[in-house]
Design a protein around this ligand. Structure first.
Ligand SMILES: Nc1nc2c(ncn2[C@@H]2O[C@H](COP(=O)(O)OP(=O)(O)O)[C@@H](O)[C@H]2O)c(=O)[nH]1
Ligand SMILES: [Mg+2]
Length: 348
């Protein structure tokens, strides 16, 4: 069996009839099987995808992209595929980038390969780019490695790697959860430059406040648990040891998970101040080591500063928005984000 034959395409599609046909046809130029998960579309997405040559899993009620991806991974595994390439249904990814994914997969069969749009950052809408840079900073810290574009849905997932982690989050948080858990269990995530396509006026289901808040809550809570584990287990870097370990232990039910996230988000600023003071006076009092931070090559003080400045990002973004209403283009956010969240990273 060729490497390509062991890889299928998977597409989470929700009300995407206008674009899904081209996407399915495009993916089928490179892969024999494309599986589409449509959960509750009302516009005939399922029929359009089927006509274009996809195998369609029609799920009753809408449960978000994360649920659709979990179902797709299970289906791809049940059909005996070794890896799945996820492509968005809205035409934002060029299926002709798939051969590059396959080549990278041949060289690094265990690695998750993520498409990166950071080669053409100016083509990404400004607000989206800024939230991507902030997310990248923290997701990379949690994943123990620099990931160029942590929010891109165009990815190759080796299914044994996915099978070794528990996916407990929903919606758009799932893709972040994958990176964090794969990276923090010692796995590799490789970045692959892809084309950046943002057709003007294209629709999105991503809610810029709710979904960014959900991703941020998860990553902050993950980091707090991770750094806590590293502090009591000197030398540990990969703290995720499979289902139920690390951050998972605090997610017994969705309600408790949410409560835990709120608690950690509230506590992260005072704890960072305390740690900063401890670190500053560290010559007299021994500071617990956070090995993954040391390996990142980023100065601890710079990371703490970036955490403490999170409320300032919000203030600057609101100021930009207010200026926008008065037709003044300040764009302080881009400069702020580039300065405090765009720093380089030691290559692994
Ligand atoms: N099955 C399914 N797919 C979804 C859902 N929400 C988003 N998607 C798909 O996920 C992909 C990315 O969603 P999109 O709204 O374009 O997010 P953005 O690209 O981050 O702005 C698209 O292919 C959507 O069709 C959902 O609730 N169910
Ligand atoms: Mg999109």
């Amino acid at each position: 069996m060729t490497a390509e034959a062991r890889v299928c395409g998977v597409v989470a599609a929700y009300n995407a009839r206008e674009t899904v046909v081209e996407v399915v046809r495009g993916v089928r130029r490179h892969l024999g099987t494309v599986i589409v998960a449509d959960d509750g579309s009302t516009d005939g997405t399922d029929a359009a995808a089927r006509q274009a040559g996809a195998e369609v899993l029609r799920l009753g009620t809408n449960r978000g992209k994360g649920h659709a991806l979990r179902v797709l991974f299970a289906e791809a595994r049940a059909r005996g595929f070794a890896a799945a390439i996820a492509v968005d249904a809205d035409g934002q990814h060029d299926p002709d980038d798939i051969p590059s994914f396959l080549e990278a997969h041949r060289d690094h069969p265990e690695a998750v390969i993520t498409g990166s749009r950071m080669g053409e950052p100016e083509r990404i809408p400004r607000r989206r780019r800024n939230s991507m840079l902030v997310a990248r900073f923290f997701v990379s810290l949690a994943a123990n490695q620099f990931v160029e574009d942590t929010q891109c849905g165009f990815r190759l997932y080796p299914l044994t790697t996915i099978g070794s982690i528990a996916l407990r989050k929903e919606g758009y948080v799932t893709e972040t959860e994958i990176l964090v858990k794969v990276g923090d269990s010692g796995g590799r995530i490789r970045s692959l430059p892809i084309k950046t396509l943002y057709p003007p006026g294209h629709p999105t289901h991503f809610r810029s406040i709710r979904d960014v808040a959900a991703i941020s809550r998860y990553v902050i809570s993950y980091l707090m648990v991770k750094w806590g584990i590293e502090a009591v287990r000197p030398g540990a870097v990969a703290t995720y040891r499979g289902p139920g370990s690390g951050r998972d232990a605090f997610g017994i039910s969705p309600g408790l998970d949410f409560l835990f996230e709120c608690l950690t988000v509230t506590a992260c600023l005072p704890l960072s101040v305390l740690y900063s003071l401890w670190h500053a006076g560290g010559r007299c009092v021994s500071v617990p080591a956070v090995e993954s931070l040391a390996l990142s090559g980023l100065p601890v003080s710079a990371v703490l500063r970036s955490i403490l400045l999170l409320p300032a990002v919000l203030v600057v973004a609101v100021a930009d928005m207010a200026a926008g209403w008065l037709s003044v283009d300040l764009d302080w956010t881009s400069r702020f984000v580039r300065r405090y969240y765009g720093m380089g990273w030691r290559s692994p």
